[in-house]
Ligand binder design. Structure first.
Ligand code: DAH
Length: 339
């Protein structure tokens, strides 16, 4: 038995010296120390020994058992350490490596100018009104004093969705929508997209942006219109910019005017930008027509108002000296990065 134990000790020593994984190690543990293991078998056979032999063999068996147990524990720790090391190597990160650059976007130049215009009017106490781009013919034309066969319709080539529904050709319909809902005092701007069936060229696009303005209250006069718009132009283009109001006709305002500013490029001397005129047309405006007020249930004997419509693209082209409208919509980064 003594010899058997020595053999077990030697065999276990040898087996545990080699490369092992956790499964193989467990097999060895079962082989020597398990219920049916070799050392267990020796211990079970102790009954057959004489009284003198028993303590000697018992001591030896215990010694071998704890030695094998110790070797297995050591091996287990070794394997665990190796696994940990492999894992750490696989997960290694180089903290000195440069990061992946996050490209930061910029606001589109049209959005910038739009925000600028909104800020200016908000600063003067205006609120922002929003409305549909697919619009009833009634709001886009009829209620604005442009009946079905009015020649003014010819100046705005219209996308018709059906007989009574259009893609709005102007933001002016918002005047009516606001006045129907809200009683004076009213002071709003209504920015947004408008649509016209125009062929694309350097100054035309089937989609563009307008900013409508409307002020209605008791005692509003043309002087208020002029003061408000002059202030707006000075904020946008600088105090040195001259403003002139030129009589015009719009069906929904009376009297009506177009506002010109002294050319931002040549200061009024005449250049290519202003086609030699020294002036550049910026917007349409006028005193709200009494019929339009009445259409919205506002008594024109008590209230009066002024309105204006600004073309955003034209303003942005002037501000940034851009000579082709198409650049705004082509999304060429070389263009967009300049703003
Ligand atoms: N809606 C007009 C257009 O698209 C612009 C305009 C002119 C708006 C005069 C107004 C206004 O509010 O009073 O040509």
């Amino acid at each position: 038995m003594k010899q058997k134990l020595e053999e077990i000790r030697a065999a276990a020593h040898e087996a545990l010296a080699g490369e092992l994984n956790l499964d193989a190690l467990e097999q060895l543990r079962i082989k020597y120390l398990g219920k049916k293991g070799e050392i267990t078998a020796v211990l079970k056979g102790m009954g057959k020994l004489t009284a003198e032999e028993r303590p000697v063999i018992g001591a030896l068996a215990n010694e071998v058992r704890s030695q094998v147990e110790g070797m297995i524990e050591t091996k287990k720790a070794e394997i665990a350490a190796k696994i940990e090391e492999v894992k750490l190597k696989a997960e290694v990160i180089d903290v000195t490596m440069p990061g992946r650059a996050q490209e930061r976007g910029e606001l589109h130049p049209l959005t910038k100018v739009m925000n600028n215009i909104k800020d200016t009017f908000i600063g003067m106490g205006f609120e922002i009104a929003d409305g549909p781009e697919v619009e009833l013919d009634y709001y886009n034309f009829e209620a604005l004093n442009i009946p079905k066969n009015h020649p003014a319709r010819d100046t705005q080539d219209t996308f018709y969705v059906s007989d009574n529904v259009v893609l709005r050709t102007q933001t002016s319909g918002m005047q009516v929508r606001v006045m129907e809902k809200q009683k004076p005092p009213i002071r709003i701007i209504a920015p947004g997209k408008v649509y016209r069936s125009d062929a694309v060229d350097a100054t035309h696009s089937p989609v563009f942006h307008q900013i409508e303005g409307l002020v209605v209250d008791k005692g509003v006069t043309m002087a208020d219109l002029k003061g408000t718009l002059e202030m707006f132009i000075h904020r946008l283009y600088g105090d040195e910019t001259k403003v002139r109001f030129r009589p015009h006709h719009f069906p929904f305002t009376e009297p009506s005017a177009e506002l010109d500013i002294s050319c931002f490029k040549c200061g009024g001397k005449g250049c290519q930008m202003c086609k030699g005129e020294g002036w550049i047309e910026i917007l349409g405006c006028g005193m709200v027509h009494p019929k339009v007020l009445a259409n919205c249930g506002i008594d024109p004997e008590i209230y009066s108002g002024f309105a204006f419509g600004i073309g955003l693209e034209r303003i942005a082209m002037g501000k940034y000296d851009i000579n082709d409208l198409r650049l705004f919509f082509e999304n060429d980064l070389r263009f967009l990065r300049q703003f």
